[in-house]
Design a protein around this ligand. Structure first.
Ligand SMILES: Cc1cc2nc3c(=O)[nH]c(=O)nc-3n(C[C@H](O)[C@H](O)[C@H](O)COP(=O)(O)O)c2cc1C
Length: 490
């Protein structure tokens, strides 16, 4: 006896997949039995073929279920955007799919979004290539190169590697290129290879990179992410053992509370005292002032991933009994003080964003409701957008990875509070970017690993979509390559 369809596995009914799963199971079973004369092998082949496909459908169903659970956040959307959001809720139907199914509807949603159209029937500008303004900065498109530590600096000084890496990505078309987490002090580094902004030499090296971007990739904004490693500092380079303590040359760690990141493995940090807090606040402000002189266009405060400021926000890592611990209001106090100190020296017309871990993926950690309150607090202090990541706060986390798995958290903050958000995490296709934007789930989309795979990710997305407008201009020296090279031999 072999179980098929709903008898073997179920998915939430809101995607209506029951009959489809059962028929696909039956087809796979017939195929497996035909290919394997022995029953045990046939059943194993059936199981191997169907398990990942069913898991994928169940993830889609779970996304759909959550969408309905959180429908309250969407009811204020304009009717057509709401309809598009509903249709794309499971992330299986996308902007491109929908264009095939109903081009008139899709075009109307694009027009509502503000995508310029070439005549009544001509192609519309893809949503990802529409501009977006944060304070005095207008980004030419909605793609962000997510901050990625390269662990390749020496004494905190970014070198030729960083110039080529960031310069290359800046030539690749994204509207905003973020630096890696730039540390505000030597003790605030994660590893000996982390870059910093606590010396004039470091500032000069960053200025060289910013000058290159502004001169050779005009129109690309360059953002700096400022942070302090907190209890996750003094570890090996990523490829030598992520979050593993250095074998030698360790520096003392500081954090909200004296709790190690990996019990029994990581060093125990010293809990910061009030006098230390003032000094660290000044380090952030000094680094921000240097960043302003370097010419960065945007500054992001890193309050995610369990580093120092994130460590204050999460109830799992902040066990303080003073005014900086306990209630959420208290846990927010130090990160907000740092934000204010940075905002004060950061030029008024230049935007600031904050990166948050919207969930710790662990019991007792930051809840989505708290993440909303945290986002609202930073917005009230002048944050122009929230960059919504998750996790990496505690080592015993249990994240639910999957396609664009963090976007529901960004979406929630955007739609509950009306604050612009940057969505990030396993967003890998331009179709996903367009879909998230049109559905009103994100204002900007940050892509990390896809930009390691392809520095010209945005230019290639434009070429794939037949777009050649101002949202993704090819650098003049590269224009000859702006069409896909002919395939074939000879
Ligand atoms: C090599 C590498 C280094 C990273 N360094 C940082 C960092 O310095 N600051 C940060 O906020 N996130 C960092 N991240 C996380 C990325 O910004 C991004 O959130 C994550 O990779 C998920 O996006 P993706 O699926 O598009 O890669 C890093 C990711 C990678 C792969």
């Amino acid at each position: 006896m072999v179980l098929l369809g709903d008898a073997a596995h179920t998915a939430h009914f809101s995607i209506g997949s029951g009959t489809k799963l059962a028929v696909e199971d039956a087809l796979a079973l017939a195929e497996a039995v035909a290919a394997h004369p022995e029953v045990p092998e046939a059943l194993a082949a059936y199981e191997a073929a169907r398990r990942p496909a069913v898991a994928s459908t169940q993830r889609a169903a779970a996304a759909s279920m959550r969408w309905f659970e959180e429908i309250g956040g969407y009811v204020g959307q304009p009717a057509r955007q709401f309809a598009f959001n509903l249709l794309t809720r499971s992330r299986r139907v996308t902007h491109e799919n929908l264009r095939l199914r109903d081009p008139r509807f899709t075009r109307a949603v694009e027009a509502d979004f503000g995508c310029p159209q070439e005549g009544p029937d001509g192609p519309a500008t893809p949503p990802m290539f529409t501009p977006f303004t944060l304070r005095g900065l207008t980004l030419r498109n909605r793609v962000v190169v997510s901050p990625m530590d390269m662990y390749s600096a020496e004494e905190g000084v970014p070198g030729d590697f960083h110039l080529v890496h960031l310069g290359g990505r800046a030539l690749g078309g994204a509207g905003l290129v973020m630096t890696e987490m730039v540390c505000v002090s030597a003790e605030g580094r994660i590893t000996p290879g982390c870059a910093g902004l606590w010396t004039a030499e470091q500032a000069a090296a960053w200025k060289r990179i910013a000058d290159f971007v502004h001169t050779s990739a005009p129109g690309t904004a360059l953002g700096v992410q400022l942070g302090h490693s907190g209890r996750k500092g003094s570890t090996r380079l990523m490829w030598e053992g992520m979050d593993e303590p250095l074998p030698e040359g360790n520096w003392p760690l500081v954090a909200a509370s004296a709790l190690p990141y990996k019990p029994g493995v990581s060093a125990v940090p010293r809990a910061l005292e009030s006098a230390d807090l003032a000094a660290i606040r000044s380090e952030f402000a000094a680094a921000a002032a240097r960043a302003a002189d370097c010419g960065f266009d945007l500054l992001e405060l890193h309050c995610a991933h369990g580093y120092l400021l994130s460590g204050f926000l999460s109830p799992l890592t902040n066990r303080r009994e003073d005014a900086y611990g306990g209630s959420l209001e208290n846990r927010l106090r130090f990160p907000l003080e740092v934000f204010d100190a940075v905002r004060e020296v950061w030029p008024a017309e230049r935007p600031m964003t904050v990166r948050l871990s919207a969930t710790d993926w662990a019991p007792g950690g930051t809840t989505p409701q708290e993440a909303e309150r945290i986002a609202a607090a930073f917005a009230a202090h002048g944050a122009d957008a929230v960059d919504v990541s998750t996790g990496q706060v505690v080592s015993d986390e249990a994240p639910e990875y999957g396609r664009s798995y963090q976007t529901p958290y960004a979406d929630r903050i955007r739609n509950a509070l009306g604050i612009p958000v940057i969505a990030v995490g396993a967003i890998s296709s331009w179709d996903d970017v367009n879909s998230l934007l049109l559905a009103g789930r994100a204002d900007l989309c940050a892509l990390g690993r896809p930009h390691l795979y392809d520095p010209h990710w945005t230019l290639h997305a434009a070429a794939d979509q037949g777009y050649a407008g101002p949202g993704a201009p090819w650098p003049a020296p590269y224009r000859a390559g702006s069409r896909k090279p002919p395939t074939g031999k000879g």
